[in-house]
Design a protein around this ligand. Structure first.
Ligand SMILES: Nc1nc2c(ncn2[C@@H]2O[C@H](COP(=O)(O)OP(=O)(O)OP(=O)(O)O)[C@@H](O)[C@H]2O)c(=O)[nH]1
Ligand SMILES: [Mg+2]
Length: 360
């Protein structure tokens, strides 16, 4: 693993998530610097903090500095030139993970699009700085070249978008074929590492990769669960994470929008998370689902990893999430298989009470 110095917030949940992201990108944080604010204008952190960071960087000699927030190009440049290191902000880090993990044709295109959106969002500031004449040759790029660079990204984006549109049409055809077969359809959703793929494998007998690291799954796969008239089609896909910039969600939108066409969304939640994490991730997921236009009454919540917590704790946590009474949730364990039958029964009942597959 490569060495990193991680700059994050002074909060355990933020640090834990950032450390996981570093690990998924292949970086080991040798030092973690905790800061209350990461939005200072010049470096993101205070001048004093940068000073002591210079010493740390000399001592540790990290491959990168990871900054657990978004950085403007000028801030990134200031930090990088002061520390003589490559600086990855949170978005660049997530993009590195995406690049490592993208396997299928469509997810590779989606990652490319996200990378270009990232470049584009920074090209704007580069162009602005160059035009203001404040920093001609900013980051070694002159005004003319900036325009060329900008147009070049635009062109490449158009080409990737049209390839994505083609992949989308292909998916539409698959969807129509599935609808003709008349199976009820389920999409797995949820925070990264909640256990979607483990549940998928357990239900379908597949062997997709399961891993503690975030963003293990980037591409979508659909398989059948069960035989006969009660058979269902279930899809496993990319997970959510908090503070994902809008354009990253946009890049994966076509994948996520599949959910609008399925009968049931199975929101997988890791019930072994601390109450704070549990609540934060749950809210973040329901927000993302509602932004995608998924009606709340199409969602069943699967409280997963029940093997790791006792009944009393589960009760407390369901209350915390406001799930008591409703009946549109189930406690399961993808690892032990506990109550997976119950969960599928719930999904089938859900679909038939809404007029059968494809009705909603
Ligand atoms: N103890 C226990 N561990 C589980 C359970 N379900 C999943 N896990 C573990 O949780 C980790 C994450 O599981 P995945 O299935 O890869 O999670 P995911 O939601 O697909 O994550 P991404 O693809 O990264 O979005 C793995 O280490 C699994 O072994 C469960 O029911 N009990
Ligand atoms: Mg997965």
């Amino acid at each position: 693993m490569k060495k990193a110095i991680l700059i994050s917030y002074d909060r355990e949940d933020a640090v834990a998530e950032a450390v996981d992201l570093c690990g998924a990108a292949g970086y080991n944080p040798e030092l973690i610097i905790r800061q209350k604010y990461l939005n200072r204008p010049k470096y993101g952190i205070s001048g004093g903090a940068v000073e002591s960071l210079e010493e740390d960087a000399k001592r540790i000699d990290p491959d990168v500095i990871v900054f657990d927030e978004m950085l403007r190009p000028s801030q990134n440049y200031n930090l990088a030139s002061r520390l003589h290191r490559n600086v990855l902000d949170r978005e660049a880090l997530i993009l590195e993970i995406f690049e490592l993990r993208a396997t299928g044709h469509e997810s590779r295109l989606q990652v490319k699009l996200a990378q270009m959106r990232y470049e584009m969002s920074r090209a704007r500031e580069k162009v602005r700085l160059a035009k203001m004449g404040e920093q001609p040759g900013f980051m070694g790029i002159g005004k003319f070249e900036v325009d060329v660079y900008y147009n070049d990204i635009k062109h490449r984006m158009t080409s990737v978008r049209s390839k994505l549109a083609k992949a989308g049409r292909q998916r539409e055809l698959h969807r129509q074929a599935r609808r003709r077969v008349g199976f009820g359809t389920i999409s797995l959703a949820g925070y990264t590492s909640a256990g979607k793929t483990t549940l998928f494998n357990r239900l379908t007998g597949e062997a997709r990769e399961e891993d503690v690291r975030p963003f293990t799954t980037l591409s979508t796969m659909t398989r059948r669960v069960g035989d006969g008239p009660g058979a269902l089609l279930i899809s496993d896909t990319v997970g959510f994470i908090s503070k994902l910039p809008a354009y990253m969600i946009e890049a994966f939108k076509s994948t996520l929008e599949e959910m609008l066409h399925t009968d049931v969304i199975l929101l997988v939640v890791d019930i072994s998370d601390t109450p704070e994490d549990l609540e934060k991730k749950f809210r973040s997921c329901t927000r993302t689902l509602s932004e995608l236009g998924v009606p709340p009454d199409k969602v069943i919540t699967a409280l997963n990893k029940s093997d790791l917590v006792d009944a009393a704790e589960i009760r407390k946590k369901t209350e915390l999430l406001g799930l008591d009474g409703g009946g549109n949730w189930a406690v399961v364990s993808a690892t032990t298989g506990q109550n997976l039958e119950g969960l599928m029964g719930l999904a089938r009942g859900f679909i038939s009470s809404r007029g059968g597959p494809g009705a909603a």
